[in-house]
Design a protein around this ligand. Structure first.
Ligand code: ASP
Length: 373
């Protein structure tokens, strides 16, 4: 585990040291050109053009991907070393998948989707396979994506067979004039575009069945007035999300979830609602939330962070802290966000015991954490 330092290992400052590929080529080129004349100079120019695609307005070393796997972490005593290892390995894989796209000059939207798909395919996190169960014991998933360059957004809610709901959110964004499709209509779009569909059983794991039993027992006990069951279980929140800044200076955010354990049939949370669970705009930031969705909906958490930056000129970290650690917390809402601004600054505040999270920058080294560091 990484130790807390004055400069967090995932911050922009921590990564200043390594020189950029383009910078390296450029330095070698000018040295060679001085010594060997025109032919080398020409070769150098060709090399430079190959190394630096013309559309990159930002820097080739200042891209970043941030992910979360939910703010509902297991209590310390239940998170065995094996479970922690598996969770961190999956976070690493998601970070590396997104990084390989960003490093090649890929778009932030693609990196966000690539990372989220890995988390959706893992049974560990509450999205796609391994989604939490509703009160009926079935899975119903929500997802959303927003492109900060275009302000386009897409989302799906209450889908039950789409293997990767984040892909369906993208379809809604790119293939329809709408922002949010739900239920059968959303699944129809997925089928029309050949997305992978799975039987309902695929999404359900033993762990989630036991979790539902536990949470339903707790609920019963709470209704019966038992003291220790007063606080809502942190188990009931999960969700995965990603935010990214690419080499072109474009931001994107995405979120995917099975929602909250034991939710009422038909309940939809914040995750597919643009502004509440997901938001991105190149002028300000990209944000993905995780937590008690009803509070995120009422406080429009993700947009609130961007709005503070836009209208008050507040820095990302301050805006995110203020919203999650004060406003949301004071309202009784538990959860956290991951956020990145157009300069590559990262914020990851959470008011719960922990939040599965990770960051990867140009050096390609994944950083992950679960509790406060
Ligand atoms: N925000 C999600 C929802 O309320 C749950 C979560 O993030 O864990 O559906």
């Amino acid at each position: 585990m990484m130790k807390a330092t004055a400069t967090p290992p995932w911050s922009r400052r921590a990564l200043r040291a390594p020189g950029s590929v383009i910078g390296g080529v450029s330095a070698r080129v000018s040295h060679g050109a001085r010594n060997t004349g025109l032919a080398v100079r020409l070769l150098a120019i060709v090399l430079l053009l190959m190394a630096a695609p013309t559309s990159r307005s930002q820097s080739a070393t200042n891209f970043v991907l941030v992910i979360h796997g939910g703010a509902g972490v297991l209590p310390k005593e239940d998170l065995t070393p094996e479970k922690e290892k598996a969770a961190r390995a999956t976070l690493d894989a998601a970070l590396l998948a997104g990084h390989s796209l960003l490093a090649r000059g890929g778009k932030s939207v693609d990196a966000v989707i690539a990372a989220i798909m890995i988390l959706e395919d893992s049974p560990i996190f509450n999205a796609g396979k391994g989604s939490v169960l509703n009160a009926e014991g079935t899975v119903s998933m929500d997802a959303s994506i927003m492109d900060g360059a275009t302000s386009k957004a897409g989302a799906c809610a209450d889908v039950k067979h789409v293997k990767n709901p984040i892909q369906l959110a993208r379809l809604v964004m790119e293939q329809t004039p709408h922002v949010l499709l739900a239920g059968d209509g959303a699944e129809l779009l997925a089928k029309e575009h050949g997305l992978k569909m799975m039987p309902a059983d695929y999404f359900i794991t033993e762990h989630r069945k036991l979790q539902l039993q536990r949470v339903q027992q707790l609920e019963k006990a709470r209704k019966g007035g038992e003291k220790k069951a007063q606080a809502p279980s942190l188990e009931s929140i999960g969700t995965v999300g990603a935010v990214a800044l690419d080499q072109h200076g474009n931001l994107a955010a995405g979120t995917s979830t099975g929602g909250m354990v034991n939710k009422r049939f038909g309940r939809i949370g914040d995750s597919p609602v643009i502004g509440a669970g997901t938001y991105a705009h190149n002028l300000t930031c990209a944000v993905s939330g995780t937590g008690h969705g009803e509070f995120f909906l009422r406080s429009v958490v993700c947009y609130d962070i961007a709005a503070r930056m836009e209208y008050q000129g507040v820095a990302l970290t301050n805006a995110a802290e203020e919203v999650v650690m004060r406003k949301l917390k004071d309202a009784g809402g538990r959860g956290g966000v991951i956020a990145v601004d157009a300069k590559g600054n990262v914020a990851m505040p959470f008011n719960t015991e922990g939040m599965y999270r990770g960051v990867i920058r140009a050096n390609g080294k994944p950083w992950t954490a679960i509790r406060k560091e």
